[in-house]
Design a protein around this ligand. Structure first.
Ligand code: SAM
Length: 270
């Protein structure tokens, strides 16, 4: 077999490779893959997490963008029948085509931090075929994902992800676990899509609009930030004090406001 040149980490692909066996082991224990399951790893890199996922006996598809890593992955895992490499951009990848009828995917990845938010929304749009997701992200992003109303870092990202998923901040990982070491702390998060949405909106686009408008100026009162969309009486009618700040409104409250806006815009059209 030909010798492959060692890979040099590329910044533009967000490459910080995991090398700490203790952390890798902890990630495997959190995911706990089993034979018969179907996993998808985003950005396998040189295979730090891949190895343990495959040894569980689970089926594993991986999606990797960097061409230089494809021969390394193929040489290391290509002979294993449960392994398949997809060469391309996870942001454009149709994950649902991997799920055979009735099957749900388990998605995992030490994600490139520069694309983690759009990637999560790309996956949430396909949440019907996903049973859970485990991601390594910047710790601050995990805190935003997990924050509830009234907490530091509560805002648009957490609300929109919590609309679709249960969010668990599992554990933190320091920069020393990676090579090269990133400048920030990281954390592992588990996202479990709800099979039945606990607070369904009549139209999720209105929820996105209300939340975006509300957090445009998070220090203002609800009545002031939402002025372009809803008046103070409408806010009060939905059981919310118009003088509180948006960060005090929980997901259920935002869904009520979004549903109000949806009804209001159909009435406006009539
Ligand atoms: N999983 C490996 C590990 O833990 O050592 C690598 C993690 S590294 C933080 C992120 C990986 O995602 C890199 O292998 C990078 O090439 C890959 N990547 C970056 N952008 C991507 C994209 N749009 N689609 C798929 N993979 C991508």
């Amino acid at each position: 077999m030909s010798q492959l040149a060692p890979h040099r980490a590329r910044k533009r692909f967000g490459q910080n490779f995991l090398h700490d066996p203790g952390v890798i082991n902890r990630i495997h224990r959190a995911i706990a893959p089993r034979e018969g399951q179907h996993l998808v790893e985003i950005g396998p890199g040189q295979g730090a997490i891949t190895e343990g996922l495959l040894s569980s006996g689970a089926r594993l598809d991986v999606v990797e963008l960097d061409h230089d890593l494809h021969p390394i992955l193929q040489a290391r895992f290509g002979h294993q029948p449960m392994f398949a490499l997809h060469k391309g951009d996870a942001l454009k990848f149709d994950f649902s085509q991997l799920a055979t009828e009735g099957e749900k995917l388990r998605v995992v990845g030490n994600l490139p931090y520069n694309i983690s938010t759009p990637l999560m929304f790309h996956l949430l749009a396909q949440a019907h075929c996903i049973s859970d997701m485990h991601f390594m992200l910047q710790k601050e992003v995990v805190q935003r994902l997990a924050a509830g109303a009234g907490m530091n870092r509560y805002g648009r990202l957490g609300i929109m992800v919590q609309y679709y998923c249960r969010v668990e901040h599992l554990f933190d990982v320091g920069p020393g676990a990676f090579s090269p070491a990133p400048k920030v702390d990281s954390a592992i998060v588990r996202l479990t899509p709800h099979t039945v949405l606990p607070h369904p909106a009549e139209n999720v686009q209105f929820l996105e609009q209300v939340v975006r408008e509300a957090f445009n100026q998070r220090r203002k009162t609800l009545r002031n930030t939402l002025k372009p969309l809803l008046d103070a009486d409408s806010i009060a009618d939905e059981g919310l004090d118009p003088t509180i700040r948006p960060e005090q409104v929980d997901l259920a409250g935002f869904v009520r406001l979004a549903n109000r806006l949806a009804r209001q815009s159909t009435t406006d059209k009539d």
